[in-house]
Design a protein around this ligand. Structure first.
Ligand SMILES: *Cc1c(COP(=O)(O)O)cnc(C)c1O
Length: 365
């Protein structure tokens, strides 16, 4: 990462809070016979954070990008490492040299990985994915998955670890006892076909945690891949309405410096056309109000609604690529250029900010 001389903007990760969250989630899953692989892509796999994650009882680390595995290995963080994006055929050599296991849904890719394993004299675990409705990766035809499992089992350099599913990320499908029960059924069919039991039946990601917490997870599910739920307990409490009081909901903080404070009308003056992103926003009439600009923008956090001001009386009006535009009318104090404002960073904001070369990534304890 580039060295940034100035202090702001920055994103701060509190490693003590992160460690607490990871241990809480891991122990609640362990109580139901579920092991957890810690997913590190939500903070771009930063090794300082990954090291803490690895120490909290997870059975390994996972990410979607081989570069992040390389950085963590270089920093000496022990694996095993799982690749949670089904591999690009063009990265087969990196997957074999860097990962211990990978998700997969295409036999040509699995054969390629098997050949690459032979070349590198290494082994790679394979978790075959079933698509149970979310319409991202995975076999739609479950008979085809069973045959793929039998073929994988017969390959000499890869090990069939089990079957898995991902729900929620694309199709926004909610994991339920029914769709995860269908995964357990797929596991049983594969086991009947290959004549042995599977090590892993991987029932998804953070969105599957509610079933662990309310005790409705089908018994055969014995593995989850969790990132967000540990980093951002706030999403589980805000979006799923769960009581997440056993987690710290403020692992990440974004801090940005105030550039301008002025009283202005609440609606733009002139003919309104499209903004920098091609959208025509709505501007409710609220009269002349105190507004502030901060030195951080969509380039660093993607979506304004992923930033929540910590200070009372400050709200987000919008953003352009490099400016955050705030309403500060009800902020009780004085506000001036150089003041620093703090924000909760939800998943996408932490994802973008930790990867932005313009934002300092600071770890605290
Ligand atoms: C990102 C990802 C995860 C982890 O998701 P979280 O919401 O961060 O828990 C798990 N599995 C797959 C396939 C993923 O892409």
């Amino acid at each position: 990462m580039d060295e940034i001389a100035r202090e702001y903007p920055l994103i701060e990760c509190n490693l003590t809070k992160l460690g607490h969250n990871a241990r809480e989630i891991v122990s609640r899953c362990a109580a139901r016979g579920i092991s957890v692989t810690g997913v590190i892509k939500g903070f771009n796999g930063d090794p300082r954070v990954a090291a803490v994650f690895r120490d909290c009882g997870v059975d390994g680390l996972a990410t979607s990008r081989t570069e992040q595995i390389a950085a963590c290995r270089a920093a000496g963080i022990p694996g095993p490492y799982m690749l949670v994006r089904i591999p690009m055929p063009g990265e087969a050599a990196d997957v074999v040299s860097l990962a211990d296991s990978t998700l997969a849904s295409e036999m040509p890719t699995v054969r390629l990985l098997d050949a690459e394993c032979a070349r590198q004299n290494k082994r790679l675990g394979i978790l075959l994915m079933a698509d149970l409705g979310d319409l991202r990766e995975g076999f739609w035809d479950k008979g085809e998955l069973v045959e793929a499992a039998a073929e994988t089992e017969a390959l000499s350099n890869v090990d069939l670890l089990g079957v898995g599913v991902n729900l929620g990320c694309y199709g926004a499908v909610v994991p339920t006892p029914e769709n995860l029960g269908a995964l357990a059924e797929v596991a049983r069919s594969v086991e009947a076909r290959i004549g042995r039991s599977l090590a892993l039946v991987s029932g998804g990601a953070t969105t599957s945690l509610p079933l662990v917490l309310d005790g409705t997870m089908p018994a055969r599910i014995n593995h989850l891949r969790v990132g967000e739920g540990i980093l951002q307990g706030k999403d589980l409490s805000d979006l799923f309405g769960l009581d997440m009081s056993f987690l710290h909901l403020d692992v990440f903080t974004i801090k940005a410096e105030v550039l301008e404070v002025k009283r202005k009308p609440s609606r733009p003056v002139g003919r309104i056309f499209v903004d920098a992103y091609g959208y025509t926003p709505e501007f409710p009439e609220r009269g002349v109000r105190r507004r502030a600009l901060a030195g951080i923008g969509k380039l660093d956090f993607a979506y304004c609604d992923m930033l929540k001001p910590r200070e009372k009386g400050i709200s987000v009006l919008g953003a352009s690529s490099d400016h955050l535009i705030l309403d500060a009318e009800d902020y009780p104090g004085e506000l001036k250029p150089g003041d620093v404002l703090e924000f909760d960073a939800r998943y996408a904001a932490a994802l973008f900010a930790t990867g932005s070369r313009y934002v300092r990534f600071v770890c605290t304890r």
